[in-house]
Design a protein around this ligand. Sequence first.
Ligand SMILES: [Zn+2]
Length: 437
Amino acid sequence: MQVTQAYRFALDPAPAQERALRSHAGAARFAWNWGLAKCIERYGAEKRWYSGAELHKLWNAEKKTDPAFVWWGENSKCAYQEAFRDLDRALRDFVKSGKDGRKGRRPGFPRFKKRGRCRDSFRFGSGVMRCEGTTVTLPRLGTMRTHESTRKLARRLANGTARILSATVSRTAQRWHVSFTVEVERGIPERHTRPGSAIGIDLGVKTLLMGADHNGNVIEIPGPRPLRAALHRLRRASRAHSRKKPGSANRRKSAARLARIHARVAGIRADALHKATTDLARRYETVAAEDLNVAGMTRNRRLARAISDQGFGQARRMLGYKTAWTGGQLIVADRFYPSSKTCSACGTVKAKLALSERTYSCGSCGLVMDRDVNAARNLLGLAASGAESVNACGGTVRPGLAGHVPVNQEPGTPHGGKTGTAARQQAAAGQEFTHAH
Ligand SMILES: [Zn+2]
């Protein structure tokens, strides 16, 4: 089966390369702004804007005649072209979002990008893209060192089971990353190696993940220790940041520091989730999880912290494609299924259960159990009772859908090729990445 997968590496560019990276990011930003201005201008006159291809043509004509654009040749033409494509997609998404009436946050009209106020990023859609050992090679930028080894991808490229479709280069805090979107040929087994095995999981607010499996085992995966430490540092840094005077040099410095810690937290969290979800997909044929209304929940600001910290949407997405790769399946309970409020022993449903109540105690049968374990047991029960009844809202994530994992680093760009729910959750979860654990 062919799946689209992302491989992301931190870069260690030489000083000249770092300048080239900044220049390319600047070119992409310029192209976006230039294209957006053109589109707005045309819309004012003709009530329509340019497509990505039209913008590219227009740009090719103007860049040679307008002396203000003499620097264009310093960057790969991809940087401009792909920015026009992004803009095209953002405009179309904006139009579409007004029509289909779906819930969640609507993508707004594309905005102009300001240096330092937007994400530095650009993409290569063609040209020489390679990796070997601890280096990657990109068009115009040449061969750059990477932080970690690229061997997993390099091996696939060498034996012909992978093909690089594009490379997105972006900067988070002070670090540059490259993320390759790769078409990978994966051997998917007919059946999982442990047929019949199942686990219900509660993606926790307190722990990373709480599960109950078919043998009655309780599996608890706590947040990794470095994550907790980093979160602690994050809280302190953000308090310190809020004390700094707006507009001051100190404030700018503390903002940079804050961004660095944020990036670190996201990295550690994603890594822990990758390990946990890979392990689950290997050990269980069926994984059942609940479908939290992430878009609705992130409106609650304090809870939003907890949810985004644990990378809820991220975990769901990982489980979707990883279970597909091992010949298993992910079952997603309907979001109105009361997994937390239902007693996993007798089935009584409580009318209310505050999030602060960490223990479930049943008034009917006297069951007393950790709240998350109780929820996980209910989800396991659903998995056993058959997915179809659970998935009235089309929640089952099956290989064909879930195995397809586009990568996306820019906020506001669309996520293609999946069901509406999955796409929205992904959007809510913000940027993320996969690498092959
Ligand atoms: Zn009970």
